[in-house]
Design a protein around this ligand. Structure first.
Ligand SMILES: [Zn+2]
Length: 152
């Protein structure tokens, strides 16, 4: 029976990637990406606990959202909701700009009172939920949400 160098055998089995992706981590040694569960990179780098604890990539918040959050005075404990689940706690009364504006205000401040900040995107989800995705008026409504957002 041949003597097999287990290390080199294992290293040969480690698939590396040039680009980041789901379930991949970057090797600090060779900058390639390997499966997040691998303890060793193909280059021989061994991941220590410190490496494994690298912080999760922070959510990318675009400038629009940032200015929005600062305008409404986000507290540290407030959760930003961009994609809400379920339907909205307020009903839209009508479809005029005025109706949409006051509805958005209500949703925003009520949400804020229980620590949730609904973004313009979240408002659109709610509207789509209430008027139906195929409603041709949805596009108009979402433009009105944008208008509300601009005037905040
Ligand atoms: Zn490596």
């Amino acid at each position: 029976m041949d003597v097999v160098d287990i290390d080199s055998l294992l290293n040969g089995l480690i698939k590396t990637y040039d680009k980041p992706g789901k379930g991949r981590k970057q090797c600090p040694e060779c900058s390639k990406y390997i499966g997040a569960r691998q303890h060793n990179c193909a280059c021989g780098h061994e991941f220590t606990k410190a490496d494994l604890k690298t912080p999760k990539p922070t959510e990318k918040i675009d400038e629009n959202t940032l200015s929005f959050l600062s305008k409404i005075g986000k507290n540290i404990s407030d959760v930003v909701v961009d994609v809400p689940s379920g339907s909205c706690f307020f009903k839209l009364k009508g479809r005029s700009q005025e109706d949409v504006t006051s509805w958005c205000d209500q949703v925003l401040w009520r949400g804020k009172s229980f620590g949730k900040i609904y973004t313009a995107n979240a408002m659109k989800y709610f509207l789509r939920e209430s008027v139906g995705i195929n409603d041709p008026g949805f596009k108009q409504l979402s433009l009105k949400v944008d208008q509300w957002r601009k005037n905040l």
